[in-house]
Design a protein around this ligand. Structure first.
Ligand code: ATP
Ligand code: MG
Length: 606
């Protein structure tokens, strides 16, 4: 197991690349388009990394492509070191494959579909579970072939409702996706061992990319337990909310986060009579609360669910009005997967949707689960189980004595966690919210795909066995954008050396002067010999705009050569992270200084 990352060091073996600005395409601009709001989007356009083709579709220009290749190379090195091997599958996928796994329905509008000239429907791959599982049907024939872990770095398509923020959420984007195959969960060849290796490989990859990230527990899916982790770049502008326990280090996304023990009791004294109110035409709990002179946190929300079985059963989940029911937690509490009940069926069964109260447990056959916080008051507002009506003064022990006496109510953590909730891992400590960008996701799939597609082999005992799978994704293009979100200032990008398009930016003043040209040629050659990638700004521009562009593009080191620096036998040296102007450095030791600085930051994962 490759527990330590392969170091991102300057390549001793291969020469660095030297690129002249005049011979490539770096269309820097002063202004980003007005729809660009996130720093990564703004700077990637301003610094000439990307150009939009259509909504969520981009050209990757030479600078972006160089960085994307560097990220991809780090991904390859770590995946290979963890025992995976690379292949390439097509973007086009026959629709019949999706019918087998029902993802044609589950993916919904996110799936790009089209028809070929023969009227056959195809999808543009959002990921490749179906394709690789059916590939394996012919390729895996013996139990001796396990475990196997295959990956690709490939273009993915998702018809995102709101493509935004440049490469952060595209409709066409680059992903590394890996799939592993096993006969067992445990043991050296089992899914759990490969999952742990992938967890470590991802940690290595994002460390080498210079990212500040956290691995957080995510919604587990079919296997349950700690079966899924998301890798989140810590960044205030991120879309995803992560809850962390400052004491124990526990971190999970809002859907997954457990809530620590909460005290509860049915016996809270009532505060008055149960009173019915006419509440017509009030969409939303806030309007009802206002009308009743209360707040959503003093209301009960009763959500009607169904078990996902052939003959579905009713489940009613009761949470406080300001909380959200979490279907996975309901599943864990009652032992069956659930979904929101179709409204028509629920009405036919007697639920007055929009006005349901916990009292329905007295009249309808169901399982009722209640969140502890929905018991914290003696007087609640809730639905009246009657069209256009709510009640106030609802008291659990008074109104629900029949159900409570007959053990018909289960109490469990069934809501999404929030900042301020008790930590599940440390007493007296409370969860805190952080924002993040999901750059990677690892997942124990179990047999979902192999069963749907019919992937099995004969095991040691000559018994047919469905294959256990795991899948592991990294948003390669999103990683680049996330890096910029995390690392920039007002003037532009600040690249970590390992994924910067070039390491050194040589600004040439008076590039036409022969002695300047000779000095630049010798310096860039010497840098390249040490494995350093060099961008030479040889444009006939004034120094001011060239320095501005250097800050915008954000390479780690800027060297300036001019007739004046030559006179002093030196080179002006400036780190991108330095606020001050550059300072003179003797020519004969400047390459050594570059090597030392770049090696040091790359060794420490930056
Ligand atoms: P999100 O919740 O952000 O929509 P997801 O959970 O649907 O992402 P996965 O199916 O887990 O995404 O895909 C694996 C990885 O691919 C994600 O962790 C993310 O880094 C990347 N990714 C997913 N959707 C996009 C997109 N529209 N643009 C860029 N990268 C994406
Ligand atoms: Mg994900």
């Amino acid at each position: 197991m490759s527990s330590t990352p392969t170091k991102s060091s300057l390549s001793q073996a291969s020469r660095g690349t030297i690129q002249r600005w005049s011979q490539t395409l770096i269309p820097t601009v002063r202004q980003a388009p007005s729809d660009a709001e996130m720093p990564s989007h703004i700077f990637m356009i301003r610094a000439g990394f990307i150009r939009q083709v259509g909504a969520g579709i981009y050209n990757y220009l030479p600078l972006a492509w160089r960085s994307l290749r560097k990220v991809s190379e780090i991904v390859r090195e770590e995946m290979d070191a963890a025992g995976a091997s690379e292949l390439l599958m097509p973007a086009f996928q026959p629709m019949e494959l999706y019918a087998e796994t029902k993802r044609d329905v589950d993916y919904g509008d996110l799936l790009f579909t089209l028809e070929d000239r023969h009227g056959r429907k195809v999808a543009l791959g959002p990921t490749h579970e179906e394709v690789i599982t059916s590939l394996m049907c012919g390729a895996l024939t013996s139990y001796k072939q396990f475990p196997l872990n295959l990956y690709q770095i490939q273009t993915k398509f998702r018809d995102e409702f709101r493509p935004r923020a440049g490469l952060l959420r595209g409709r066409e984007f680059i992903m590394k996706d890996a799939y592993s195959f096993h006969l067992d969960l445990e043991g050296e060849a089992g899914l759990n061992a490969t999952y742990d290796k992938m967890h470590q490989a991802y940690t290595n990859i994002f460390t080498r990319c210079g990212l500040d990230f956290s691995a957080v527990e995510a919604e587990a899916g079919p296997i349950g337990g700690s079966a899924s982790h998301e890798f989140m770049v810590n960044c205030a502008a991120g879309e995803d909310t992560i809850l962390v326990c400052p004491e124990s280090g526990y971190a999970a996304n809002v859907e997954k986060a457990e809530i620590g023990k909460r005290a509860w009791s049915f016996d809270v004294a009532p505060e008055g009579e149960l009173v019915k109110h006419h509440t017509p035409n009030m969409p939303g709990i806030h309007m009802v609360a206002e009308h009743l002179g209360t707040t959503p946190s003093l209301m009960l929300k009763s959500i009607v669910l169904q078990t996902l079985e052939e003959s579905p059963r009713w489940v009613v989940a009761v949470v406080r009005g300001d909380h959200e029911v979490n279907e996975s937690k309901v599943r864990d509490a009652i032992g069956f997967a659930v979904q929101l009940a179709p409204e028509k069926e629920a009405r036919a069964a007697g639920f007055v949707i929009g006005y349901v109260s916990p009292k329905t447990v007295d009249t309808i056959e169901m399982t009722m689960v209640v969140d502890p916080d929905a018991l914290g008051s003696g007087s609640w507002a809730t639905g009246a189980d009657e069209m256009d009506h709510h009640v106030t003064g609802f008291n659990w022990s008074r109104e629900m004595s029949n159900a409570i006496g007959n053990d018909k109510i289960k109490i469990a953590d069934i809501r999404n966690a929030e900042a301020g909730d008790p930590s599940p891992r440390a007493d007296g400590v409370f969860l805190e919210a952080r924002k993040g960008i999901e750059v990677g996701h690892i997942f124990k799939l179990g047999t979902k795909y192999s069963e749907a597609i019919g992937l099995s082999v004969l095991n040691k005992d000559q018994k047919k066995q469905a294959i256990i799978m795991g899948c592991y994704g990294i948003g390669v293009s999103r990683t680049l954008a996330a890096c910029i979100e995390m690392s920039h200032d007002d003037n532009g990008i600040i690249w970590p050396a390992a994924i910067a398009p070039f390491h050194v930016h040589i600004v040439v003043i008076k590039p036409k002067e022969p002695e300047v040209q000779a000095a630049v040629g010798a310096l860039s050659d010497e840098l390249a010999e040490h494995g350093i990638d060099v961008l030479i700004d040889d444009r006939a521009e004034r120094p001011g705009p060239k320095f501005k562009d250097a800050d915008l593009i954000g390479l780690p080191i800027r060297l300036t050569i001019s007739p004046k620096t030559l006179e002093e036998n030196g080179v002006e040296f400036k780190l991108r992270t330095d606020d001050a102007k550059g300072s003179m450095h003797p020519r004969d030791t400047v390459v050594q200084r570059c090597v030392e600085i770049l090696s040091a930051v790359m060794d420490s994962g930056g």
